[in-house]
Design a protein around this ligand. Structure first.
Ligand code: C2E
Ligand code: MG
Ligand code: MG
Length: 656
């Protein structure tokens, strides 16, 4: 052995002489060495070269390159080995580093560009291609200017090169363009590579696609503002929306409502079925409620089983009550959860209103919360306003609504008929169908007490249909029985006019009753028609096409514009009771009535006066040439049976 070997392994020559090479070989490399040794001794090979590890005297491993040759005696018997040992630890380290560098280059998510000093691209890594869309082949030989978006200033590039020349590196944010044309922000880091003599040889650019980062920033922002379970806005977001809504409401004199919602007995679900099922329930309830609300309403989850709704732009407290009632009724049906459980939950809702209850976000939420506790303590699955009086009023309305619905199902509505007669002769030629509610608890309720609510709630649509069918059937029954052949007038509501199927509803009523279309008259008001513009004109024409006639009810209380009237295919005007009442004594009313009658003659429309109570009124109207009348002078509205008796009496009176 020579001195160099003792230097490599760190042993003194005399120490080394007492060791075998096995003593200092790393055990993992020993087997391979012995194998080669055996083959050499067996004459298969003359010697070998391998890289293996020794232990240095101080315990650390060193890499060596070992070259072993076997020297044989003249007779061919092995004599001795010559081993040359070269310390390759440093090369080995470099190779490993190179491998690691290559792995980084290949697998990093940052794009890497290496250019020569003329900025021509020599190499790019796969991430560069992922980010920019350009393959290595497309990029090599070009300059990084291929990525320019045209949105960066020349000064930026000048500053970049200056910094590279002076400092050797540059970093900044650049807006570049992908191959597909898409713009993307990137963080660009460029370094100058120098040789050992310090001369620049290359540039290495590292580019980080910031659009992904920006996206995850957006995701983070989403997380900060949305509840991860239900994906509804969280407390933070709903508060800021409410702040904003309050600003708008203050500016525009609007109203808004805050609904604080708490599930009833949610804890029971959690306790008995477990938290995962509880979570499923929260998600399902959130979806259910979201679907029930308008797009412009904010539904948020405050945490636990508490939700908040902000209703912007409401007109009356009842609007909020209706939404609350809707959300409560929504829970009538069981919820079937993905886990297979079917559960019922109620909700308790507290409502606060701007401007009634307060004008700050915290105040409104706190009051809605307090009202919710009221709802809980008063039986759950119900709502309460922060103000007791409002709760009461809304309660009454809702109770009434419920009673009306049941009344329709239970057949508690009845139709009365009020005769219409020729003004000059008194001959009964028609009647108006007027609905009443035979309330088992409260006697006969006039329409003024329930029609407005029925209109608000939409109940007027089925109710109006029922009146129409009943009246048509009655008119035809009287015809068939030979009682009378009258024109039946039926009132329509604005809500019915909005129904797409109104024409077919009328057609069906006629068909089912077999009443000839010219025996049916529909009463509408001016405002109903005006509210619906050109669509209304088309609708009126379709109704006319069925063969029915059209009458403008309460004429004089609406627009009463001749120009408008001419555009509508109407047959009759009914002078409003209010003008008839004080004629002929009140001169200006008398004048209005006279004008309406003259106007009707001009437009070739029939004119009917309603609310005729006295003989003077009748005489006055006859004098003007009014066609027909209706009023207590002759008869109020009568049940069908009373109406028949009335007719018989009339006829008897005429016969006599
Ligand atoms: P309207 O269509 O103008 O009906 C005439 C109203 O005047 C009826 O009141 C009738 O009883 C009343 N009346 C008739 N003659 C006299 C009179 O000489 N003096 C006084 N003071 N009143 C008289 P009613 O039945 O209470 O109906 C009120 C309103 O309810 C109706 O006004 C109509 O707008 C609405 N209505 C009634 N039935 C229906 C219906 O089936 N559908 C719709 N949509 N509305 C209806
Ligand atoms: Mg009427
Ligand atoms: Mg009227």
């Amino acid at each position: 052995m020579n001195r160099r070997l003792s230097e490599i392994v760190g042993y003194l020559p005399e120490e080394l002489l007492s060791k075998t090479f096995q003593d200092i070989t790393h055990p993992d490399d020993l087997e391979a060495d012995l194998q080669q040794l055996k083959r050499t001794l067996a004459g298969e090979i003359h010697g070998y070269t391998m890289e293996k590890r020794y232990f240095h005297r101080d315990g650390h491993t060193i890499w060596i390159k070992l070259t072993v040759s076997l020297v044989r005696h003249a007779d061919g018997q092995p004599d001795y080995f010559i081993s040359v040992v070269e310390d390759i630890s440093e090369q080995h380290r470099l190779a490993v580093a190179r491998q690691q560098a290559a792995a980084v280059f290949e697998s990093t998510r940052e794009g890497i560009i290496i250019t020569d000093l003329q900025r021509r691209i020599q190499t790019v890594n796969p991430a560069f291609s992922d980010i920019t869309g350009y393959s290595a082949e497309e990029a090599i030989g070009k300059t990084p200017a291929m990525l320019r978006s045209g949105h960066m200033s020349e000064e930026l590039y000048q500053g970049m090169w200056e910094s590279l020349h002076v400092l050797g590196h540059w970093q900044g944010e650049v807006l570049n363009r992908r191959k597909n044309g898409e713009l993307f922000p990137e963080l660009l880091t460029i370094s100058t590579v120098r040789d050992p003599a310090g001369q620049p040889t290359q540039y290495v650019a590292l580019l980080t696609d910031l659009s992904r980062l920006r996206q995850s920033e957006a995701q983070l922002a989403h997380l900060a503002h949305y509840d991860p379970l239900t994906d509804l806005p969280n407390r933070l977001l709903v508060q800021s929306r409410l702040d904003h809504a309050l600003d708008t409401a203050q500016r525009e004199n609007g109203r808004l409502a805050v609904l604080f919602i708490d599930l009833d007995r949610f804890k029971d679900v959690n306790d008995s079925l477990g938290h995962p099922v509880g979570d499923e329930l929260l998600v399902a309830i959130a979806q259910r409620m979201r679907a029930r609300l308008r797009e412009s309403d904010t539904l948020a989850r405050l945490g636990g089983d508490e939700f908040l709704v902000v209703l912007e732009d409401i007109h009356r407290p009842e609007d909020a009550a209706e939404v609350a009632q809707g959300l409560i009724r929504l829970q009538d049906a069981p919820i079937r959860l993905p886990s297979g459980h079917e559960v019922y939950v109620g909700v308790s809702i507290g409502i606060s209103l701007y401007p009634n209850d307060g004008d700050s976000t915290t105040e409104l939420i706190r009051q809605a919360d307090a009202a919710m506790y009221q709802a809980k303590s008063q039986g759950r699955n119900t709502f309460r306003f922060y103000t007791a009086a409002l709760t009461e009023a809304a309660d009454q309305r809702l109770a009434m609504e419920g009673r009306l619905r049941r009344a329709l199902q239970a057949g508690e509505f009845v139709v009365h008929y009020q005769p219409q007669f020729v003004a000059a002769t008194g001959e009964v030629v028609g009647c108006e169908a007027l609905v009443r509610w035979q309330d088992p608890d409260g006697g006969l309720v006039p329409p003024a007490n329930f029609i407005p609510l029925a209109e608000d709630t939409g109940l007027i649509v089925p109710l109006g249909r029922w009146v129409l069918e009943t009246a048509c059937a009655q008119a035809q029954a009287w015809r068939e029985a030979g009682v009378a052949d009258l024109v039946m007038a039926v009132n329509l509501s604005g809500r019915q006019l909005q129904q797409r199927d109104l024409v077919s509803v009328v057609a069906e009523a006629l068909e089912r009753s077999a009443l000839p279309p010219d025996r049916l008259k529909l009463e509408l008001t001016e405002s109903m028609i005006m509210d619906h513009g050109d669509e209304a004109i088309a609708l009126l024409h379709s109704l006319k096409a069925l063969g029915v006639s059209l009458s403008i009810d309460d004429f004089g209380t609406g627009y009463s514009s001749l120009a408008y009237l001419k555009r509508f295919p109407i047959d009759e005007m009914k002078i409003d009771r209010g003008f008839v009442r004080d004629t002929p004594d009140n001169a200006s009313d008398a004048e209005i009535v006279a004008t309406i009658v003259a106007m009707g003659r001009n437009l070739k429309l029939r004119v009917v006066a309603e609310g005729v109570e006295t003989q003077q009124q009748l005489d006055f109207l006859i004098g003007l040439g009014c066609n027909a009348c209706q009023g207590y002078l002759v008869s109020p509205g009568l049940s069908a049976a009373d109406f028949e008796r009335f007719l018989a009496h009339e006829r008897h009176g005429i016969d006599a």
